[in-house]
Write a protein that binds this ligand. Structure first.
Ligand SMILES: Nc1ncnc2c1ncn2[C@@H]1O[C@H](COP(=O)(O)OP(=O)(O)O)[C@@H](O)[C@H]1O
Ligand SMILES: O=P(O)(O)OC[C@H](O)CO
Length: 507
């Protein structure tokens, strides 16, 4: 009897494989980073072959660290950085181009043209998303327009598109030897090509981007015993293991945080921040700059929807302090450095490196550091960076309250940045609500494992999963209302300074 479930998390900066037991406890993990390729300002790419090699490697190492084999796994789940676009040839298995990453802004003119030509409302209504560089549709269009021979191959059905879940699934299930070309509904909901109500590709949207349907994967449920097939014995598992759960990483974290009831929300702090609020079977349209997205679909049940506030740059601003400015040697140093000062010393940092995502959606914005005087030090900048992570989350939380009427009582958090206790205290101060971190902050992998395990009966139902959730830490607000209001005025002034910086008008 297999006692464990495994999950791959193909993230923006790294790929990991984790193994969980029935109590949702971690048994083993291995994680490897991959290269961030930035050929021009605003362009961000990954090498799909490197991603596949890293995926194979983390699976094998984690299994051997735990002294387990594929026979010990009841099922495998996959979760992934969403929107990042891979196009490959089904006969050779070779990508036509590097993966274009969700943060990449090369499609800004495609996005502004859609708005200028009056298609914005159709996309918002049908796909739940604003036309923006963030999503896959424009990235596929760019590849079709810029890679020689790709359009002809796509029309023949030889060129396949997928987000990285789909690329990893295709490779794990045999690749050129019959790999399955499928994606789950949460990932498909991030393309600008799927009708949110039918959960199928939409011909009108495909026509807007001039994308041949033959290159698109089949859209299936997020938790399904059959749809994804089994792993190829010639691959990293060396045996057939059923792949039975696939979810985009933010939806997976929502599942890992057991936000199964409408009104339950989580905020994940990784490369970017992503707050998702479960709205149940109801599709809530945003008037406040949020996205409507599929939260998950288990088996043949109706899809469950979410409102999402996506923030492009949070943990990656910390990486920027380390890699580009060199003022810290590791991400954890921000806690020590920012802890040396009482407050931000008047400094605000808005890391609008990819423009501003939710709730502003301004691709013309760029980053600013404002309010500097000679008094300021690296410590103020470190503090301003942590505050930027938290103020951006406040903007999104406010928008969520406007759209849903749900007032946050406690914010459930997870992700790499939440290891920073000072940052979590600042978050509680800025929001004026309590912040709660579970014992296991790796909720993304856990959520994919839950989706996979539910499909094969490893876990009976969502109540059983709820019982696995345990609080690790809680932070309570220490600022008074006046401090909170004053701090936020400075933040909004800083946001204003980022706008109208680059020219992204359509040709
Ligand atoms: N102690 C810390 N303080 C602040 N930021 C941190 C800390 N530890 C990690 N990070 C940030 O968290 C991010 C990694 O988190 P993770 O959840 O692994 O992200 P992802 O899934 O997006 O790859 C990095 O951007 C890193 O800068
Ligand atoms: O890989 P992460 O954790 O940075 O998540 C990226 C998001 O899925 C982008 O939408």
């Amino acid at each position: 009897m297999a006692e464990y479930v495994g999950a791959v998390d193909q993230g923006t900066t790294s790929t990991r494989f984790m193994i969980f037991n029935h109590d949702g406890e971690e048994v083993a993990r291995h994680q490897l980073e991959h290269e961030q390729i930035m050929p021009k300002a605003g362009w961000v790419e990954h090498d799909p072959i490197e991603i596949w090699e890293r995926t194979s490697s983390v699976i094998q190492t984690a299994l051997s660290r735990a002294n387990l084999t594929a026979a010990d796994l009841a099922a495998v789940g996959i979760t992934n950085q969403r929107e990042t676009t891979v196009v490959w040839n089904k006969n050779t298995g070779r990508p036509y181009y590097n993966a274009i990453v969700w943060q990449d802004t090369r499609t800004d003119k495609i996005a502004s043209r859609l708005e200028r030509d009056g298609h914005g409302d159709l996309i918002r209504q049908r796909a739940g998303l604003p036309p923006a560089t963030y999503f896959s549709g424009g990235k596929i269009q760019w590849l079709l327009e810029n890679v020689d021979g790709l359009r002809a191959d796509a029309e023949k059905g030889d060129a396949l598109f997928g987000t990285t879940d789909c690329w990893v699934t295709w490779n794990l299930t045999g690749g050129t030897e019959g790999g399955r070309h499928v994606t789950d509904v949460t990932n498909a909901s991030r393309t600008m090509l799927m009708d949110l109500e039918t959960c199928q590709w939409d011909d009108e949207l495909l026509a807007l981007f001039n994308i041949p349907k033959a290159m698109l994967p089949e859209i299936v449920s997020s938790s399904d015993a059959e749809a994804y097939g089994v792993t190829d014995p010639h691959g990293p598992f060396h045996a057939e293991v059923p792949i039975t759960g696939v979810l985009g990483d933010q939806q997976a974290a929502t599942v890992g945080q057991v936000c199964f009831a409408p009104g339950e929300a989580k905020n994940t702090y990784g490369t970017g921040n992503f707050m998702l609020l479960n709205t149940g079977e109801e599709l809530v349209r945003s008037n406040a700059g949020l996205l409507t997205t599929v939260c998950y679909r288990f088996g043949n049940n109706k899809p469950i929807y979410a409102l999402e506030g996506s923030i492009a740059v949070t943990g990656s601003a910390v990486q920027w302090l380390r890699d580009q400015l060199g003022i810290i040697s590791g991400a954890a140093d921000t806690e020590r450095l920012a802890g040396q000062v009482e407050d931000n010393g008047g400094v605000y940092f808005v890391p609008a490196f990819s423009g501003l995502f939710a709730p502003y959606w301004r691709s013309d914005a760029r980053g600013v550091i404002v309010g500097l005087s000679r008094y300021n030090t690296n410590a103020h900048l470190a503090r301003a960076t942590l505050e930027a992570i938290c103020y951006q989350s406040k903007d999104v939380a406010d928008a969520m309250e406007k759209d849903s009427g749900v007032k946050l009582e406690v914010l459930k958090v997870d992700g790499g940045v939440t290891a920073n206790n000072l940052c979590m205290q600042i978050q509680s101060d800025i929001l004026g609500v309590e912040v709660s971190r579970p014992v296991l902050a790796e909720t993304t992998c856990l959520g994919a494992a839950y989706a996979a395990g539910l499909a094969v009966g490893f876990w009976k139902d969502t109540d059983e999963l709820r019982a696995n959730w345990h609080e690790g830490n809680r932070w309570k607000p220490e600022w008074n209302d006046e401090q909170r209001a004053e701090g936020y005025v400075g933040w909004r002034k800083a946001i204003d300074r980022t706008l109208n910086w680059v020219d992204v008008d359509a040709d």
